[in-house]
Design a protein around this ligand. Structure first.
Ligand code: G3I
Ligand code: 9MR
Length: 551
């Protein structure tokens, strides 16, 4: 019997899912420490999942609104984990998910007063990084030493990738722009806590400062990543002293950088005008570079045939740039109000738009334009089209949610179960929260909450996919820090990739069907790694839901 292990708000929908056959039709709820029955309900009809051989029965106890700690009991099938019902259940999840970024910081020591038992020395300083031969330019020949310190480690590995930082930063900055009041009070106990900036911005600025160092001041182009030639072993960061490189500049990295710095410029203006100005200028220079290189791919395999050493770390080698153009143009337009940028948005308004991922960022531009205030009337038609597209996608999600085996939007399509499928669920939640904010129609908010339920336990694996949260969460993520630190508990607040029938890591999986192809093994990087671009939509989703709970 599986459910959201973090618990439920008193006045929101509440569902548990029975994943084994039962004869009867009834279920009941008792407090965790007594046998007294406080609620009785009927199970829904048996539903065969389309993505695994699981058959489910739904126990809907939305009508139960009493605060406390409880279990759902299904005679003949046992009981659920203990879960709380109260208005504060998601606040710790929101704090943990944002705090997850602090633990990914590369170049500062993590002190015990902030990091608890996960305190550790600084990792890679990245103060002397080599320009890779494939990135050589007139002003920076191969082997030039540059400094590109700071920023978050991408994932379970110790490299720092601009493309993936792009969607991550865009999502976190958008969370702030959509829910500024919520984030003003969200304290994650990081070194900067208590200063003038909300902690979500303190955390984002830490990575932003690194991103700014990845731009070549000579031409405005942005290197794809700062990386080892090969992935480090399962050691603490900074233990190996392998050379670090910046590699070829690319259009995706440069436009993502332009989008992030443009968005950061307007957000930081009231807090730090000097940094805001630096960001605005950096965005403009990146845009100029992109105009000169409108479709330059970072093609690692091809580069490796020509340049030494070969680079075998993550590629993030996007090859379609229309969506990056749209996103960067949107952010630059909102920040500068220069119509040249809006004309690029218009040029791309006919492009297909899909759920955001590291390679697919167009919808981030939609979100920002839909939120922007005081735009001229001339933009209205284009923005109306964006609104219709977001609502159309949300409607498609909502329509099928209550017929699927787990009553979640996540998993309506087998294509949802890809590498990083947890981020699919979280990003669907963002689409739905945007639809809610545009309409105030609760069906969207409840469907978003259903995907949070999925991430926190209501899924075919019965895992809560966030480390340190709930009663059954990953203990062995593919996360070098968690593996090498000698501490039993993994670093908390990190969202693992989730079910991925591709199983590219070749580990042994106990279950292999789309929605169950997850294993809590350290070697299983295709389903059990963590990544900054997966945590960001979790931060958005759980914080957005918590911010909107009074509604
Ligand atoms: O997009 C296609 C989809 O259309 C198709 O249906 C599906 C079928 O397998 O494949 C999808 O592509 C997959 C893609 O992820 C989806 O985002 C690719 O097969 C899969 O190989 C690709 O995996 C990426 C992985 O790196 C390998 O390159 C992940 O997106 C990406 O998150 C992951 O990122 C790594 C970095 O390289 C290194 N750092 C860790 C990080 C997280 O694992
Ligand atoms: O640890 C790496 C992880 O961060 C990446 O997502 C993954 C895919 O690029 O690769 C992992 O590294 C593995 C490498 O690709 C193959 N040899 C084993 C490495 C991990 O143990």
């Amino acid at each position: 019997i599986t459910l959201n292990q973090a618990g439920f708000y008193p006045h929101a929908p509440k569902i548990a899912v029975v994943t084994q056959p039962v004869k009867g039709d009834s279920f009941y709820i008792t407090p965790s420490h007594s046998q007294q029955i406080v609620f009785r309900g009927r199970l829904g009809k048996a539903t065969r999942s389309v993505h695994s051989s699981t058959t489910t029965r739904i126990a809907d106890f939305s009508a139960f609104t009493t605060p406390g700690d409880f279990v759902v009991v299904v005679p003949g099938a046992g009981q659920s984990p203990v879960f709380p019902v109260n208005a504060g259940v998601y606040h710790p999840v929101a704090v943990a998910a944002l705090k997850g970024y602090y633990y990914q910081r590369s170049n500062i020591p993590l002190e015990a007063r902030f990091a608890g038992q996960w305190h550790r020395p600084a990792g890679h300083p990245d103060t002397a990084v080599l320009v890779h031969p494939g990135a050589a330019s007139a002003t920076r020949p191969a082997g030039t030493v540059i400094a590109t310190p700071g920023g978050w480690y991408d994932a379970g590995d110790y490299n720092k990738y601009i493309v993936n930082s792009g969607i991550t930063m865009g999502t976190l900055l958008s969370a702030y722009e959509d829910f500024p009041g919520y984030f003003k009070q969200l304290n994650t106990n990081i070194p900067e806590s208590g200063d003038a900036l909300p902690d979500i911005l303190n955390e984002a600025v830490y990575n932003l400062q690194w991103m700014l160092t990845m731009q070549d001041p000579a031409d405005g182009g942005v290197y794809n990543k700062c990386t080892n030639a090969d992935f480090d072993g399962m050691v603490m960061p900074g233990v190996t002293k392998a050379p670090r490189y910046v590699v070829q500049k690319g259009t995706a990295a440069t436009l993502d950088f332009a989008a992030v710095t443009a968005q950061a410029a307007r957000i930081l203006q009231p807090f730090n005008p000097a940094l805001a100005t630096q960001c605005r200028e950096a965005a403009g220079k990146a845009w100029q570079w992109a105009l000169q290189h409108p479709a330059l791919r970072y093609d690692q395999d091809s580069l490796n045939k020509v340049y030494q050493p070969a680079i075998t770390t993550g590629g993030y080698g996007d090859r379609y740039f229309a969506d990056e153009w749209l996103w960067a143009a949107s952010e630059l337009y909102i920040t500068t109000r220069d119509p040249q940028f809006f004309s690029v948005v218009e040029k791309h308004i006919g492009d297909p738009v899909s759920l955001p991922s590291w390679a697919n960022v167009g919808m981030l531009g939609y979100y920002s334009l839909l939120r922007a205030k005081d735009l001229p009337a001339s933009t209205a038609t284009v923005i109306q089209q964006m609104k219709e597209r977001v609502l159309a996608l949300a409607n498609q999600y909502v329509m099928a949610a209550n017929t699927s085996a787990f009553h979640t939007v996540m998993g309506q399509s087998p294509g949802d179960f890809i590498w990083g499928s947890s981020s699919v669920a979280a990003n669907q939640g963002i689409v739905l929260l945007n639809a809610y904010r545009l309409t105030r129609d609760r069906r969207y908010a409840y469907a978003a909450l259903g995907n949070l339920d999925y991430l926190l336990g209501r899924n075919a694996t019965t895992y809560c996919f966030v480390t340190g949260i709930g009663s059954k969460s990953p203990l062995h993520p593919h996360h070098r820090l968690s593996i090498a630190d000698g501490i039993t508990a993994p670093v908390p607040g990190l969202l693992v990739g989730g079910p991925n029938p591709g199983r590219q890591d070749k580990s042994t999986y106990e279950f292999t069907e789309p929605e169950t192809a997850y294993t809590d093994k350290a070697g299983a990087y295709a389903s059990n790694e963590i990544a900054i671009n997966w945590n960001a939509p979790l931060v958005y989703l759980v914080s957005g839901i918590d911010a909107l709970k009074e509604e």
